[in-house]
Design a protein around this ligand. Structure first.
Ligand code: SAH
Length: 248
């Protein structure tokens, strides 16, 4: 069980697998005002940077579930490096349908809402592991500018314009689903650069080390197209943020 190989190659050197910077995660951890011992569940925890740094900085405990074997291993190493391995646990698994035995204070899905079949389904899934009165964290793209054509949406990595909402629509949708938005932290274009541009040197180095790999052609194609696609489309059209929600 694993995610498509291109991500395990192109994002192998990433600590954060989305347009959030370390500062964005630090801000989010602070504004949530978590007490030591707050228990956080993270669906699609990647290389564990959110849980590990929050365990170090705020004394939280956490469980992360991620389908990438590589990222899950990196998360465990990061926990040891930051001295929080006794407080956070990373499980390599598919989080689809996962319900935790121990209910949490904060249930997060930061950049992986396909796990619940979209934002609404992910909220429903996270709620099954959340204590009453707890906080949900949803990390999701939105359109900074609405793409003029479906082709432009596809160049941004979406399957269609309908995949994402504008920020106004996304915020309204949480309200309409019966949630108070109690905090939000938004990424910016430089955050997108850190996420996407950081794949380029990784891909280049991987290609130099693995010229005869079956995957070399795909990695080469990605390295050639990604910079142009990034500056022309993703960076301009896509926004990204984490929204903290509490049920009314
Ligand atoms: N929240 C992390 C990672 C976001 S990227 C961070 O902030 O860095 C999306 C993550 O979802 C990847 O790590 C990927 O391996 C994971 N993923 C994809 N499908 C999944 C699934 N079905 N179950 C669990 N994790 C999944």
């Amino acid at each position: 069980m694993d995610i498509p190989r291109i991500f395990n190659i192109s994002e192998s050197a990433h600590r954060i697998h989305n347009p959030f910077t370390p500062d964005n995660y630090a801000t989010l951890g602070t504004v949530l005002r978590m007490e030591p011992g707050t228990h956080v569940l993270d669906f699609g925890s990647g290389s564990g940077e959110m849980l590990c740094t929050w365990a170090r900085d705020h004394g939280i405990t956490g469980v992360g579930i991620d389908m990438s074997q590589l990222f899950s291993e990196q998360a465990k190493l990061r926990a040891e490096e930051l001295g929080v391995a006794d407080r956070v646990n990373f499980i390599h698994n598919d989080a689809t349908g996962y319900v935790a035995n121990e209910k949490c204070d904060v249930a997060a899905c930061v950049g992986a809402t396909w796990i619940g079949g979209g934002v609404a389904g992910t909220i429903e899934l996270l709620n099954k592991s959340l204590k009453p009165g707890g906080i949900l964290l949803i990390g999701e793209p939105y359109w900074r500018q609405l793409p003029p054509t479906e082709e432009v949406a596809r160049e941004c990595g979406a399957t269609s314009i309908a995949d994402f909402l504008t920020l106004t629509q996304l915020v309204a949708s949480f309200d309409e689903s019966g949630y108070d938005i109690v905090e939000m932290v938004l990424a910016d274009q430089e955050g997108w650069d850190r996420y996407i541009a950081a794949t380029w040197l990784t891909l280049r180095r991987w290609l130099e080390a693995n010229p005869d790999d079956d995957f070399a052609q795909e990695a080469r194609a990605q390295l050639t197209i990604s910079p142009k696609r990034h500056v022309t489309y993703t960076r301009e059209y896509l926004g990204w943020g984490v929204f903290a929600l509490m049920a009314r």
